[in-house]
Ligand binder design. Structure first.
Ligand SMILES: [Zn+2]
Length: 172
């Protein structure tokens, strides 16, 4: 699955400035989609970490994918999410691009787990209204993970480097 891995060690870190950064680049063939390039940076000194993905297409136009998640099978659908992508589940949650937002290749279940982790952090908020909302959101995500509730997943990427890889996903 993985090939052409390249590693550069001892590079300058953009955060701490020491020559302790490891750069990794690899390409990966995704069935029914094409080649993806995965980049990552890890600093041994300050724990700085960044990762991103790029697709091997000439399409740098903005993309928008919408997927109805209806069953447990849909949890296995592959997702490419670049650092510039916004992931939305209407009326439930958003992941916005930002300096801490990484790019990665995952599946629908992986996206839901990440959203779950973000919401879980709010379960202990001082504000009871936020705590209550977080609990309801977690219940809903759990029902989706069990295949008992349907939701819509939307991924928008102004750089065109993200995708939901399924015939079920609507593009545009
Ligand atoms: Zn560093």
């Amino acid at each position: 699955m993985e090939n052409d891995s390249e590693v550069l060690e001892g590079q300058p870190c953009p955060v701490c400035g020491k020559n302790s950064l490891t750069l990794r680049e690899m390409s990966r063939e995704i069935p029914f989609f094409g080649l993806c390039y995965i980049f990552s940076m890890d600093c041994n000194e300050c724990d700085y970490h960044m990762a991103d993905v790029e697709t091997d297409s000439n399409n740098n136009e903005p993309v928008k994918y919408t997927l109805e998640i209806e069953s447990e099978n849909d949890l296995n659908i592959k997702v490419v999410k670049s650092s510039q992508a916004t992931v939305r589940i209407p009326r439930l949650a958003d992941i916005s691009p930002g300096p801490m937002s990484s790019g990665y290749i995952t599946n629908v279940e992986g996206i839901l787990s990440r959203i779950k982790n973000v919401i879980e952090a709010k379960k202990d908020d001082e504000d009871p209204a936020i705590r209550r909302k977080a609990k309801n959101q977690l219940k809903k995500i759990q029902r989706v993970l069990w295949g008992r509730e349907k939701i819509t997943l939307v991924i928008e990427d102004p750089t065109g480097n993200s995708a939901i890889i399924s015939d079920k996903a609507k593009k545009g």
